[in-house]
Design a protein around this ligand. Structure first.
Ligand code: KIV
Length: 294
């Protein structure tokens, strides 16, 4: 008898930090439910981000400001139930860490209890109190700088950040402050590659880029963008590796055609009563003949 194989050891936040010293870039992909978590974990990613992008990719909102800690916890739990090897990082949504450090810790704890092993929050030096408080509660924190979609109204839309010297310096200083505070890694979203490079060279923790060029310590993409389930907008940094919207639409159209053409279900796709039962049912006036040709 063979021994059941031990579950693969989970990636930890300190291991992610230590990966900065290696030559292999880190890979993070979002997932918001059990099927997408199984797919990205089977593909061998290092981190699964249950991002607040769930608002737009799954829940149909126009921006990320609509989701709550309870919403994110619901999706984290679905991901965590698949027991992925990858580190599960949960986004703290807008207003979950902006009012008080007590709120920040309580909301971070809700996401950890739902199954995350770390949380991510947006912003630099002005969020240091929240970062310190969450770290004090022994919860690993990932930073997020550059385009921070929760600041969408304040920064005037989804636009590349750090284009001028002053703005670039602010991002570098914010990154240094987050790393020194103890963040285990930092997402850099939509910044020029020279800025991402300077940040990456200036901090001792890994930078994970999205629209930040190749000089980061890792890359993250949104699952729905990567597999072509979200194809209404195409930011230039997205590379689509599949076209699941087209594939799924074609599959559902074929199903509809088969139903309407009497080709679904076939005899093989049908439960049949035993002969005697079928005959007895026919006696009551019912017909046991099949509608569809095999
Ligand atoms: O919510 C999200 O998907 C994110 C990524 C863009 C990094 O924060």
């Amino acid at each position: 008898m063979t021994e059941p194989s031990a579950p693969p050891r989970k990636v930890t936040a300190p291991e992610v930090t230590a990966a900065k010293a290696t030559d292999t870039p880190l890979v993070m992909v979002t997932a918001y439910d059990a099927p997408s978590a199984r797919i990205v974990d089977a593909a061998g990613v290092d981190m699964i981000l249950v991002g607040d992008s769930v608002a737009m990719t799954v829940l149909g909102y126009e921006d990320t400001l609509q989701v709550t800690t309870a919403d994110i916890a619901h999706h984290v739990a679905a991901v965590a139930r698949t027991r992925p090897r990858a580190l599960v990082v949960a986004d703290l949504p807008w207003m979950s860490y902006h009012v008080s450090t007590e709120d920040a810790v309580r909301n971070a704890a809700t996401l950890i209890r739902a199954g995350a092993s770390a949380v991510k929050l947006e912003g630099g030096r002005k969020r240091l109190d929240a970062v310190h408080a969450i770290l004090d509660a022994e919860i690993p924190v990932m930073g997020h700088l550059g385009l921070t979609p929760q600041s969408f109204h304040a920064i005037g839309g989804f636009r590349v950040q750090g284009r001028d010297l002053e703005a670039a310096r602010e991002i570098v200083d914010d990154a240094i402050a987050l790393a020194e505070a103890g963040c285990f890694s930092i997402v850099l979203e939509c910044v020029p590659d020279a800025v991402a490079r300077l940040v990456t060279d200036s901090v001792a923790v890994p930078t994970i880029g999205i629209g930040a060029g190749r000089h980061c310590d890792g890359q993250v993409l949104v699952f729905h963008d990567l597999v072509g389930l979200e194809n209404r907008i195409a930011p230039k940094f997205v590379r689509r590796y599949a076209d699941l919207t087209a594939d799924a639409t074609a599959a559902v159209s074929r199903f509809a055609d088969d139903v309407r053409g009497g080709r679904f279900p076939s005899s093989d796709e049908t439960y049949h009563a035993a002969d005697g039962v079928a005959d007895a049912l026919a006696l009551y006036g019912g017909s046991t003949t099949e509608h569809a040709p095999v």
